[in-house]
Write a protein that binds this ligand. Structure first.
Ligand code: DX5
Ligand code: ZN
Length: 221
């Protein structure tokens, strides 16, 4: 079953409530919160995303899918846990060794959130196989993390299918989430390859009818 996680990164000032309430009405499965610290990636959205997290929790029942693009993962987990996120995802590339990866996996679980582990486009998917039995979601970046509205990197489709084959062969029950440049054209390729959670920001926020595009994403061709 395909789930849709709508990213608020491209949300315009002053349009917060109409957009978030519209997304709730359109039945997005999650609100995707793109946390950037200005170090792991160039942009800094940290305070804005804290504000969105608080707002989404106050005016909707939508689950939060928090995507940490930060160096200080420990601090970010502590900052976002108060908003009771359903998912906290961190980047493999922000960890200095496997002990650190495991430390954050346990920390997120101790805070009763599902754990996501994300890989940038240039990271080999094999590098994170050993962690998959311990996480709930693998977030495969289909753009270079750091900004919305980028073009989908089509060679990531192969990476998604490789991951899907691996988890099926090893009977590992995790969700495969894809993030970046997802629209009605690129969604079919990644769904066919095995992705079952689609992050989409620009394509949804620019749509006239949120429900129409979200329903279209869920259509299993
Ligand atoms: C990029 C973020 C993505 C991005 C998706 O670093 O992780 O979530 O906002 O936005 P679109 O769908 O506009 O590519
Ligand atoms: Zn994201």
């Amino acid at each position: 079953m395909i789930e849709v996680s709508t990213s608020l990164l491209s949300l315009k000032n002053g349009e917060e409530s109409i957009t978030i309430l519209g997304l709730e009405k359109a039945k997005t499965d999650y609100i995707h919160i793109d946390v950037m610290d200005g170090k792991f990636v160039e942009k800094n959205t940290y305070q804005r995303m804290l504000g969105y997290s608080s707002y989404v929790k106050r005016i909707t029942n939508l689950p939060l899918d928090v995507h940490l693009m930060v160096e200080n993962i420990e601090e970010a987990i502590e900052d976002f846990v108060p908003y009771d996120p359903n998912i906290i995802t961190f980047h493999f590339e922000a960890c200095k060794d496997k002990e650190e990866v495991m430390k954050y996996i346990y920390k997120i679980k101790e805070n009763h959130c599902r754990v996501g582990l994300s890989v940038k486009p240039e990271t080999n998917i094999e590098d994170i196989y050993e962690f998959l039995p311990y996480v709930h979601i693998c977030l495969v970046m289909t753009v270079e993390p750091g900004k919305g509205g980028q073009t989908f990197l089509s060679d990531m489709v192969e990476k998604v299918s490789k991951l899907k084959q691996y988890i099926d062969k090893n009977k590992i029950e995790i969700d495969i989430e894809v993030d970046g440049g997802i629209n009605l054209k690129t969604a079919d390729n990644v769904k066919e390859a095995g992705a079952n959670v689609l992050v989409s920001g620009t394509a949804i926020l620019m749509a006239k009818d949120y429900k129409e595009i979200i329903d279209e994403y869920r259509n299993n061709q």
